[in-house]
Design a protein around this ligand. Structure first.
Ligand SMILES: [Zn+2]
Length: 297
């Protein structure tokens, strides 16, 4: 099963909804207040972040810090926003998301195609696919990348949790495939339940080796998660959510779309992806807006 993000979303409205344009407010002269902002900015942000922005841009993004954007996000946006090539843009963003953490040994491979999906994470080979790059905005694809990274981390979490691991994921999936086939009238028309079981087993064996290798890497690089810890309990909920997962496409009915969006795996991924999308939209618009102002003067 693929964990996808098929929800239709109007990206422009997402950008516009993110507020921007906080006034400089209060200071007698603009120059003086700009200077003050820069001083504040220099105090609050690490020097290595500066190189990515020129001084005008620096003034602009100060407003975002004041609005609750974190330094980490600001640093990331500053590093990627001028990369023209969308694949490079995403690769760089992925590197920043993963950072120098244990996740880097499991880093998903980015793939690109022309499918109709918004994007998906494949647990079978740990890849993230982001389709139709040339037709989509960077704000959109950055949000999708974040969304899929959440799915990636959900699976890593399951791999690391005592009592789940590769075996738990595979058994869960085997059951899912079997149930899906058993309830598929088309399949059952000329096939038996034992054939459905055979196919489910076949998938289990197909991905077994690679998933156990990943479990080993995850345990070595990030450590195991005790079953009774908060993280361990969450991982159990992920596993249950995989079982209840409803895939949707553009012709799915509203009830299924609702189930899909309320699924824990998707709920977490949409929250994080949408929030980042809004913030990056905010960042870009703030810079663009201020550039316009500067040109008018
Ligand atoms: Zn998703």
């Amino acid at each position: 099963m693929e964990i996808s993000s098929n929800r239709k979303k109007n990206i422009i409205s997402a950008i516009v909804m993110g507020s921007f344009g906080v006034a400089y407010g209060g200071a007698k002269s603009v120059a003086k207040s700009m200077q003050k902002l820069e001083t504040e900015f220099m105090k609050n942000v690490k020097p290595e972040y500066f190189s990515y922005l020129n001084s005008d841009e620096l003034q602009s993004v100060q407003k975002l810090l004041n609005k609750g954007m974190t330094e980490k996000e600001l640093n990331m946006f500053s590093r990627i926003w001028k990369i023209p090539d969308k694949k490079q843009f995403l690769e760089e963003a992925l590197d920043i998301f993963i950072g120098d953490t244990g996740y880097k040994y499991l880093k998903p491979k980015l793939t690109y195609d022309t499918s109709d999906d918004e994007g998906f994470f494949r647990w079978t080979n740990f890849s993230i696919n982001i389709p139709r790059l040339e037709k989509r905005s960077k704000v959109d694809i950055l949000g999708v990348l974040k969304h899929e990274i959440v799915h990636f981390k959900q699976y890593v979490s399951m791999l690391r949790t005592e009592g789940i691991g590769a075996e738990g994921i595979l058994e869960n999936e085997k059951e899912n495939i079997f149930n899906r086939l058993k309830n598929d009238a088309g399949f059952m028309k000329n096939k038996s339940e034992s054939e459905a079981k055979l196919i489910a087993n076949y998938y289990n064996y197909l991905y077994r080796d690679i998933l156990f290798v990943r479990e080993q890497i995850a345990l070595e690089s990030l450590g195991s998660i005790p079953a009774n810890s908060a993280e361990g309990k969450k991982a159990r909920e992920y596993l249950a959510a995989v079982k209840n997962y409803v895939s949707v496409n553009r012709s799915s009915d509203a009830a299924d779309v609702k189930k899909y969006e309320e699924n824990l795996l998707e709920h977490e991924a949409f929250s994080a992806g949408d929030a980042l999308e809004d913030k990056y939209g905010d960042f870009i618009l703030t810079l663009a807006e201020d550039k316009k102002k500067l040109q008018v003067k």
